[in-house]
Design a protein around this ligand. Structure first.
Ligand SMILES: NC(=O)c1ccc[n+]([C@@H]2O[C@H](COP(=O)([O-])OP(=O)(O)OC[C@H]3O[C@@H](n4cnc5c(N)ncnc54)[C@H](OP(=O)(O)O)[C@@H]3O)[C@@H](O)[C@H]2O)c1
Length: 369
């Protein structure tokens, strides 16, 4: 028997919700049933614009408040891309209303809040997952196989990663990411979350024992509130001597790269959050040999490009569509996947420790499990 249509509600008219609207349409088996906004007109406009590009047979209902959407019995799951500072209350309410929760990242303003959010989902038997799309790419699966083959990269020793983009005055004045009450961890929450997630993935979810964090630049909005980081660097120290350095910022031109170095070789990619446009994704592995031929010393590169047949975005097999499909399948299975909340929590725990360190001027800080 075929599964019933999975019915999504979207809380807010966030920019990123447009991409996931399309993901829901492309994933198959699901529909956007309703969208809610603080402003009914904005909601209607958002729905009309999304319908134009990626139409559902039945036009989703527009609600002028988030409460109304949560009271709608025809909704199985909610996607919550509200600002982080406001998200917890709505996750708790969504869970209490029996809706599965796809929660944007960073999930919460601290670990204590995230634990409460996850516990509420567990108690109400609804799935919790964060919205990190790259976790659902075919490329990551292939990278795992290569890292595990023991001969291409060898045991992982060092991870370096960065995610940053440059922003303008309008961003500083109006974007949620520079507002203390909306996104208190600024670039650390928005971009550092991905860097930390990638490092944890590479380390097979082992938590670092200690971390350091440094706020390299910050902004204050509204006046009189604590600084929001706009440029941040962190270092993670794992058991066994493996380390990771990450950098995130709103002040340097777009970059989203990672390099995983082992005792045998390196694995790198330069588009890990938003894959470069195309019909395939890729990463490279390789090493450089230093050779003497007589008195002539030279470097001999050996690089291999690995490709994965999947579209970068907006396709049935792209990462955001896979994310929606995986979430739907899990929610419809009637079983809760405990790993998804667990990896969100670990990411939050590491982020919290980096943030705590930065507030103590870069002091070495233990990660609390
Ligand atoms: N996973 C990913 O790939 C990804 C990508 C981008 C962003 N994100 C995350 O998703 C979240 C949203 O990012 P975004 O760029 O899409 O944000 P955005 O366009 O600014 O949307 C945020 C939405 O929150 C609602 N909202 C409720 N109270 C608000 C308030 N006091 N001030 C401002 N907005 C308020 C607004 O919707 P209504 O007015 O309609 O209620 C607004 O449209 C962020 O936490 C970000 O880190 C994730």
């Amino acid at each position: 028997m075929s599964k019933p249509t999975f019915r999504w509600g979207i809380l807010s008219t966030a920019q990123i919700a447009r991409k996931n609207w399309q993901g829901i349409r492309l994933a198959g088996g699901g529909v956007v049933t309703a969208v809610a906004s603080r402003d009914l007109k904005r909601c209607q406009k958002f729905i009309a614009e999304c319908q134009k590009e990626a139409p559902f047979a039945k036009v989703p209902v527009a609600y002028g408040s988030y409460e109304e959407l949560l009271a709608d019995k025809n909704i199985d799951a909610v996607y919550i891309p509200l600002p982080t500072g406001l998200r917890k209350a709505w996750v708790l309410r969504a869970a209490a209303a029996g809706k599965h929760v796809l929660c944007e990242k960073p999930c919460a303003i601290n670990t204590t809040d995230l634990k409460e959010m996850i516990a509420a989902c567990r108690k109400n038997k609804v799935q919790f997952m964060d919205g990190v799309m790259f976790m659902h790419s075919g490329r990551l699966k292939k990278m795992r196989a290569v890292l595990d083959d023991d001969k291409t990269v060898g045991p992982v020793k060092r991870i370096t990663t960065a995610f940053h983009f440059n922003s303008n005055q309008d961003f500083y004045q109006n974007n949620i990411r520079t507002h203390h009450q909306l996104e208190p961890m600024g670039t650390l929450g928005d971009q550092g979350w991905y860097c930390i997630r990638l490092a944890l993935w590479a380390m097979k979810w082992q938590l670092p024992e200690r971390v350091t964090g440094r706020m390299l630049a910050s902004t204050i909005r509204p006046k009189g509130t604590p600084p929001v980081p706009t440029e941040f660097s962190g270092e993670l120290f794992f058991r066994g001597g493996v380390t990771c350095a990450f950098y995130c910022s709103f002040v340097t031109e777009l970059g989203q790269w990672a390099r995983i170095s082992g005792s045998v070789g390196q694995l790198s990619f330069n588009d890990y959050v938003l894959p470069l446009r195309g019909k395939q994704t890729s990463f490279t592995t390789g090493s450089q040999d230093y050779r003497f031929i007589g008195c002539d010393a030279s470097m001999v590169p050996s690089e291999k490009r690995w490709t994965v047949r999947e579209h970068s975005h907006s396709a049935r097999d792209s990462q955001e569509t896979n994310m929606i499909r995986n979430f739907t399948k899990q929610a419809q299975s009637g079983q809760l996947n405990p790993e998804w909340p667990e990896i969100a929590l670990k990411t939050q725990q590491v982020m919290d420790a980096c943030w705590k360190s930065a507030k103590a001027d870069g002091r070495m800080t233990r990660v609390k499990a």
